[in-house]
Design a protein around this ligand. Structure first.
Ligand code: ARG
Ligand code: GLU
Length: 722
């Protein structure tokens, strides 16, 4: 197996018609000067300063963090922005109802008055960034304890931040890089009046659904549009009817001629998290424990929700978002495990660690600085294993049901009362009223149908937790020797569900109106939650936190050592939800023996996948008509086809969703929305023969806005280069 894939990637490299370059890496825009020559050698026609410049408008002024976890980009001077459909998803759902189902049918504001305010949505624009390592580490010495070190860093950071935000409306933060070997200050503008402008129907924006998710070839029109509003002086302001469209310093021009295989591209956005320096022990945990457990637990939940949505449109609307997010991680981890196995990452890391250890032995000073690291890692990871599993089960199994989530909310109040944090009757009433209104809201949303679903989740996941894990790992302290549960756990959990007041509207009203601590504590669901929470979260979490902290400081030293050992290599810091540039080119790949995946998909693929029986593969008549007439307007490629998506070797990760994909001139050619399944291990181990990012072709995006939706008002705002 291994040998085969080895030869395969070799063939792939040999067959690739262009010489590969720095595909791996997510570079800091401020330091892009170091990459400039390589980028230009590979086709880039602009300069690093065109991408990031503090003094002049540059591309960075068009790129934003969207909703705290995605990327977006301005495409007009009136604050119009593009991001993914799956990034706007939650807001589209929130504006949807069975009667006005924007999620299913799409939404297009034909003028600004029709745009929909999105409470809670914010976008962040970077004003400037700065290396503040010296300031942050001022006074830190090698002989300090971690605690002392952290205290100084915190104090220094506060000073730097308050300096940066004095007399202005900016928000600032400091992010550590290379596990705290370097620090950067980020000074941002945060806008909170952001309105929904457009979204294609689900059968375009999510075409292929979770079946196609993480896969190439892809045909998803994964985009949505929003507009940022500002005060009259173009500054961030809370929502107000009087706000005006924000005028960004820069917006992206759109290149309609697209890009072809071999062309240079770069992705500019906010990758969330990567861990290239993980040790073999950590990768072993991910590959053999964490991922398989999470996969198994999520499969159970997905089975139940997927059955539920078949019951009707109301159920689909209710569970669509939940399913999408559970399935997304589930599928990614499956790909990650496969990729790590295929790359033999654990063995590779072991070799690397042995090598590192030998390198340490050569000089006394190295031995002193780095000599014991690998064995310390081993020790910490072995301590971490069980604690980590406990917490993972708590999150993925115990807290899977609404019953337990509701129990957690009520437990929160109980706990505060018991600890004497609130004793005032009025205050208790105020909190319990809030809880009651939340619960009433919960019951009012078709609880009769939901109850069956939630109960199934609770019973199934708790039974799995009990049988597969807690019996051996935490049983005695948590469930005691309860005979009842031992005999028939399913029946036991069913009874908990049915007898808890939390599954009964009337009883909930009664219990929460008169918040009787003793009575509430005796509720079987609350009692169960409290036991698990106290045994896992309260007892284990601090210990786990301590281990994570120890690991962080080991990694800080380890990474410093690695950089010293390989001093000629260009390193990039792991992703940490700060703005980065990844560059590569439009490039095919060879997923398996004798199979080559080409770089672009076209509308032909949508028609091939069409299946009116399957929700995710329905193609609307309107789109089919345009297809039949080949009515693609100016959005077709040179062969007269309508391009849909393309792949490139830009190193991306979650958070890069919605990121602009730019051509050699810095013009927009696509919107990043996914990675290929064969490449999802790239967060840990990047393989340039297999890892590709997947982008929506901007021509399909504009085609949908223009020809399909007829929203020419939006097209007219953009600057389109043909
Ligand atoms: N895999 C993509 C990402 O990680 C898209 C997820 C949304 N789509 C879905 N079918 N669940 O965000
Ligand atoms: N879809 C992902 C996101 O939401 C991007 C895919 C990836 O992980 O690369 O950020």
């Amino acid at each position: 197996m291994l040998k085969k894939s080895f030869t395969l990637s070799l063939i792939a490299i040999l067959l690739t018609p262009f010489i590969s370059f720095a595909d791996e890496g997510m570079w800091l825009p401020l330091l892009l000067g170091k990459q400039e020559a390589d980028m230009q050698k590979n086709g880039m026609k602009i300069s690093a300063k065109d991408i990031y410049d503090v003094n002049n408008a540059s591309l960075k002024d068009a790129v934003m963090l969207f909703a705290g976890g995605c990327t977006g980009e301005f495409v007009s001077n009136e604050g119009l922005l593009l991001t993914n459909h799956h990034c706007g998803y939650g807001y589209i759902v929130r504006h949807s109802s069975v009667e006005r189902d924007y999620l299913t049918n799409g939404f297009w504001a034909l003028n600004k008055q029709e745009e929909l305010p999105c409470d809670g949505l914010s976008i962040t624009l970077l004003v400037y960034m700065e290396d503040v390592t010296g300031k942050v580490l001022k006074g830190v010495t090698n002989s300090m304890t971690e605690k002392e070190r952290n205290e100084i860093i915190e104090k220094n950071s506060k000073e730097v931040i308050s300096e940066a935000t004095k007399d202005n409306h900016y928000k600032a933060e400091i992010a550590p890089f290379y596990y705290g070997n370097q620090y950067f200050l980020y000074v941002n503008e945060v806008f909170t009046d952001v309105r929904l402008v457009g979204a294609p129907p689900s059968n375009i924006g999510k075409f292929g659904g979770d079946t196609d998710n993480w896969m190439w070839p892809r045909h998803t029109g994964d985009f949505s549009m929003f507009r940022v509003y500002a005060s009259k002086d173009n500054k961030p302001a809370k929502y107000s009817k009087d706000n005006i469209p924000f005028a960004p310093k820069k917006f992206l021009k759109i290149n309609l001629s697209g890009a072809k295989e071999g062309d240079f591209t770069f992705v500019f956005g906010y990758p969330g998290s990567t861990t290239q320096f993980l040790t073999s022990f950590a990768v072993d945990d991910v590959q053999n424990f964490d991922d398989p457990t999470r996969i198994k637990l999520r499969e159970k939940r997905l089975d139940i929700y997927n059955k539920a949505i078949k019951q009707g449109p109301a159920q689909r609307l209710r569970y669509a978002n939940t399913i999408a997010s559970i399935a997304n991680g589930w599928k990614k981890w499956i790909g990650e495990v496969r990729g790590l196995k295929r790359l033999n990452t654990i063995e590779k890391k072991k070799d690397f660690e042995n090598n590192f250890n030998s390198w340490c032995q050569v000089i006394e000073e190295r031995k002193e600085n780095y000599g014991g690291l690998i064995s310390s890692f081993e020790k910490e990871y072995s301590l971490r294993k069980k604690l980590n599993m406990d917490v993972l089960y708590l999150r993925e199994a115990v807290l899977a049901s609404d019953l337990m989530k509701n129990a957690r909310n009520i437990y929160g109040l109980l706990d505060r009362i018991e600890k004497g944090k609130i004793s005032d009757k009025e205050e208790i009433d105020l909190f319990s009223e809030k809880l009651l209104s939340r619960m009433q809201n919960y019951f009012s949303n078709d609880y009769t149908n939901h109850k069956e679903v939630d109960k199934a989740i609770f019973v199934d996941l708790m039974t799995t937790f009990y049988n597969d894990y807690s019996k051996e790992n935490i049983q005695s302290s948590v469930f005691g020797n309860s005979e009842e549960i031992g005999k028939n756990p399913e029946k036991y959990f069913e009874k908990v569900y049915e007898t808890s007041f939390l599954s009964n509207e009337k009883k909930t009203n009664k219990y929460l109106k008169k918040f009787n601590v003793k009575k509430i504590k005796k509720d079987p669901a609350i009692e169960l939650f409290a036991l698990l929470w106290e045994n896992i979260e309260i007892k284990q979490l601090p210990a786990l936190g301590q281990i994570e902290e120890n690991l962080d400081s080991l990694y800080r030293i380890y990474v410093r050592g690695i950089m010293e050992k390989e001093s000629s290599k260009q390193f990039y810091p792991d992703a940490n939800l700060t703005l980065r540039v990844a560059y590569g080119k439009i490039e095919p790949y060879y997923p398996k023996d004798a199979v080559k995946y080409l770089t672009h998909t076209t509308i032909e693929g949508i028609m091939e996948k069409e299946n009116p029986e399957i929700y995710d593969y329905v193609v609307e008549k309107k789109l089919k008509d345009l297809y039949k007439r080949k009515d693609y307007g100016r959005y077709k490629n040179e062969k007269g086809e309508l391009p849909i998506a393309f792949i490139a070797s830009n190193h991306t990760t979650s958070g890069n969703s919605g990121s602009p994909v730019l051509d050699a001139n810095g013009n927009l050619i696509g919107i990043n929305f996914d990675r290929n399944w064969e490449g999802t291990m790239s967060d840990i181990d990047y393989d340039k023969s297999q890892c590709r990012n997947i982008s929506l072709d901007i021509r399909y995006c504009l085609f949908i806005i223009d020809k399909f939706a007829g929203a020419s008002n939006l097209i007219n705002e953009m600057t389109i280069l043909e």
